[in-house]
Design a protein around this ligand. Structure first.
Ligand code: NCD
Length: 367
C-alpha cells in the first residue's frame, strides 16, 4: 500500500501518470463519476484550511465517494490528548483513505506508519505540502507545455513556506530548471534545502531581495504569503509581512507569457488588479488542484486494492537508521510533543556527522 507524504515518494513517471489521469478526468468527467462509489475519504484537518480540505472533499464527491472528517483540532480527540498514531488507527476503521493536515512537522508520516489505509499529507507544519505541488506542477505543465527548461522565481516566505519546499524538491527532478529565490534576508530558503536539494542536483540558482530587477528573466513567478502562524516573534512577522506586493506596474517588464502562481490564500502579496492580467494563473491552479487530487485518490485506492499491506515509509534502508536516544531539536516536530515516538535519524552521507530526523528532516549532529 502506498501513501503520499513527500512529493518524492512518487517518481517523475508517476507524477506524469497523475497528470494524464487529471487531463482525462477534465475531458471525460462522466466516466469517473462512479469510480469511488462506496468509498470514504476522511479529511482530518488539525490546522485551518479552506481550499485544500474542500478540494479533497470536492474531488471525492466528484468520484462518487463520500466524506467524513473535521476541520479544526478542537473538535477532535487531539484536544483530549490523543496521539496521531491512535487517531490513524481509529480512522482506518471508518474510512478507505485519509487526507491529514497538521501544524506539526512529520505528523502525517506518523499517521502513515500506523494507519492501515493510504495517508495523504495535506500539509505538515513548515515541512511539506505534496498535493499543492501536484496542483503547481499540473498548472505549470498546462500553461507551458513542459516541466523542464524554465526560470522559476519563488518570492516571499521561502523559510516557512512548505509549498515552496515541496515544489523545489519536485522541480529538482527535471532538467534545465533555474531558480530565482526572492525573499527578505530573514526569510531565505533553509540551508539544508540549498545543499541537499538544489546543489546536490546541480540546479542553477540565485538569491536576491529585489523582485523587480529579476522580473524580466522569469517564466514562472510563484508568490507566497508570509506564514505568520509559524513565527516565534510576532513583531518580526509584522515587520516582514508586506515585503513584496505584486502590482500591475511591477509586471510591466515581465515576459508576456509569464505564469503567476500562488498557492493561496492571498493576503496582500498580489494586488487584486493583477487578477485580470492573463498571466495570473492562481485561480486556475485551484481548479487544477482538484483534478490532481481526484487522480491521486484513484491511484492510491487502486494500489491499496492490489497491495493492501502497509509498506514501511522510512526512505533509507533500515541499516542507516540511528537510534541514539537524542531528541529532535525542532520544537515544531511531532516527536517533540509526542514523547512516545522513538527519536529516529538517518545519516545523509556515510561517514558524516550530520543526520536528519525521519519525521521532520531537521539536522542533528550525531557521531
Ligand atoms: C498553503 C499552505 O497551507 O501551506 N495553502 C494551501 O494549502 N493552498 C499556503 C499558505 O497557507 O500560505
Amino acid at each position: 500500500m502506498r501513501s503520499l507524504i513527500d512529493i518524492v515518494d512518487f517518481s517523475v513517471e508517476e507524477v506524469y501518470g497523475l497528470m494524464e489521469t487529471a487531463q482525462d478526468i477534465i475531458a471525460n468527467p462522466a466516466r469517473y463519476a462512479d469510480s469511488c462509489r462506496g468509498k470514504k475519504i476522511a479529511t482530518l484537518f488539525f490546522e485551518p484550511s479552506t481550499r485544500t480540505r474542500l478540494s479533497f472533499e470536492a474531488a471525492m464527491l466528484e468520484l462518487g465517494g463520500s466524506v467524513i472528517g473535521f476541520s479544526e483540532a478542537s473538535s477532535s480527540s487531539a484536544a483530549k490528548g490523543e496521539s496521531v498514531a491512535d487517531t490513524a488507527k481509529v480512522i482506518s476503521c471508518y474510512a478507505d483513505i485519509v487526507a491529514m493536515r497538521h501544524p506539526r512537522d512529520g505528523a502525517p508520516f506518523v499517521a502513515a506508519q500506523n494507519a492501515s489505509i493510504p495517508v495523504i499529507n495535506a500539509g505538515d507544519g513548515g515541512h511539506c505540502h505534496p498535493t499543492q505541488t501536484l496542483a503547481d506542477l499540473f498548472t505549470i505543465y498546462r500553461e507551458k507545455g513542459r516541466l523542464s527548461d524554465l526560470t522559476v522565481g519563488f518570492c516571499g516566505d521561502l523559510k516557512y513556506g512548505r509549498t515552496v519546499h515541496s515544489l523545489i524538491a519536485a522541480l529538482s527532478r527535471y532538467t534545465g530548471i533555474r531558480l530565482v529565490l526572492i525573499s527578505p534576508n530573514e526569510l531565505k530558503l533553509p540551508e539544508h534545502i540549498k545543499t541537499e536539494v538544489i546543489k546536490k542536483n546541480g540546479m542553477e540558482y540565485v538569491e536576491t531581495t529585489d523582485l523587480e530587477s529579476v522580473m524580466p528573466e522569469l517564466d514562472i513567478l510563484y508568490m507566497t504569503r508570509v506564514q505568520g502562524e509559524r513565527f516565534a516573534d510576532k513583531s518580526e512577522f509584522l515587520r516582514l509581512r508586506d515585503s513584496y506586493i505584486l502590482t500591475a506596474e511591477k509586471l510591466n517588464n515581465a515576459k508576456r507569457d509569464l505564469a503567476i502562481l500562488h498557492p493561496l490564500p492571498r493576503v496582500n502579496e498580489i494586488s487584486v488588479k493583477v487578477d485580470d492580467d492573463p498571466r495570473a494563473c492562481y485561480f486556475k491552479q485551484v481548479s487544477n488542484g482538484k483534478y490532481m487530487r481526484m487522480a491521486l485518490i484513484l491511484k492510491l485506492l487502486n494500489e491499496a486494492k492490489k497491495d493492501p499491506v502497509r509498506a514501511p515509509l522510512i526512505h533509507a534502508d533500515a541499516t542507516s537508521l540511528i537510534r541514539s536516544g537524542i531528541r529532535c531539536q525542532n520544537d515544531r516536530c511531532i516527536s517533540a510533543v509526542e514523547q512516545e515516538l522513538e527519536p529516529l535519524f538517518i545519516r545523509t552521507e556515510p561517514g558524516k556527522k550530520i543526520c536528519r530526523c525521519v519525521y521532520c528532516e531537521t539536522a542533528a549532529e550525531i557521531k
